[in-house]
Design a protein around this ligand. Structure first.
Ligand code: APR
Length: 283
């Protein structure tokens, strides 16, 4: 039996599936990963660009670099669309539901592409670029992709020409409110994205752990599995007896590994599951 057949059988027999996804599932949608060749943390230091203190310092000392980082982060997400990998996960959810089971997605991504593909139960444990919260973490408003695109354009323009600091502050404003005077790590508002050293998003993180404990199978897609506590999800599921299936060019966990790109392997895997479950999709 090939690894693909073994993986399809494990998913077909599972009534409760959790998907654990990372940046790799969105790579074919044009969004950079963090740690692979040319990724974000190869171009920008995570200490400087991935922590509240680092960003606050950048805003004070080199706003143009902060603007360029934010433009490169926000721009691709603003114009991204789900790829065949996201769509296959939605088809898998429909198939499992048709057999009386349930599938939820636990994602480290902040790009809302699982939701855009139709996945109905998504736990964003690292928060979301689309949700703006105040300094206490309370929800303020939602941004949609067109507005994120406008912010990225304004950040690109503000890096050129005079009065950079004030123009960058204005371009950033819908996303990150000016820090309270004196405390540069406390912006008035920001996306709910979880940065290094911060607690994971709740109640997403609690629900993710609960569902991992109850899962019969965990489908890991596109993650290096290096960031904790998020990367405990597949371990929690495996300890509770779940089968582990992993899709990606590099292997990060024990289990059935299907090497390759999410946008190629997931559609193949899901159609194999549908075939085992008696042919075409449930009506
Ligand atoms: N299909 C599937 N996997 C892919 C693809 C693809 N097309 N392209 C790359 N990958 C894999 C890489 O091989 C790598 O294993 O996706 C993984 C991406 O790993 P990272 O860049 O480390 O991203 P991720 O695991 O999501 O990082 C976790 O770290 O910086 C924090 O908060 C950030 O959520 C992020 C967390």
């Amino acid at each position: 039996m090939t690894a693909l057949d073994e993986a399809a059988r494990a998913l077909k027999e599972a009534r409760r599936i959790v998907v654990f996804s990372g940046a790799g599932v969105s790579a074919e949608s044009g969004i950079d990963t963090f740690r692979t060749e040319g990724g974000f943390w190869q171009r920008y230091s995570p200490e400087e660009f991935g922590t509240p203190m680092g960003l606050a310092k950048l805003y004070a000392t080199d706003p143009a670099r902060l603007a360029r980082f934010l433009e490169e982060l926000v721009g691709p997400i603003a114009c991204a669309a789900p790829n065949p990998g996201h769509q296959a996960l939605f088809e898998l959810e429909r198939g499992v539901a048709g057999r009386g089971g349930a599938l939820s997605v636990i994602t480290q991504n902040v790009d809302e592409l699982h939701q855009a593909a139709g996945s109905s139960r998504v736990h964003e444990i690292h928060g979301s670029l689309f949700h703006i919260v105040d300094a206490e973490g309370r929800a303020l408003r939602r941004l949609e992709r067109p507005e994120l695109a406008r912010i990225a354009d304004a950040l690109a323009r503000a890096q050129r020409g005079p009065f950079k600091r004030s123009r960058i502050a204005r371009a950033m404003l819908p996303l990150i409110g000016l820090p309270r005077a004196g405390d540069l790590t406390q912006p008035r508002h920001r996306p709910s994205v979880v940065m290094f050293g911060e607690a994971l998003a709740e109640p997403a993180w609690q629900r993710a752990q609960d569902e991992a404990r109850r899962a019969d199978a965990v489908l890991v897609v596109g993650t290096s599995g290096l960031v904790y506590p998020a990367a405990t999800i597949p371990e929690i599921a495996a300890e509770a007896g779940a089968r582990v299936v992993e899709v990606g060019p590099e292997r990060a966990f024990e289990g059935i590994w299907l090497p390759g790109q999410a946008g190629v392997v997931l559609p193949e895997l899901v159609s194999r599951v549908q075939h085992l479950s008696g042919g075409a999709l449930n009506p």
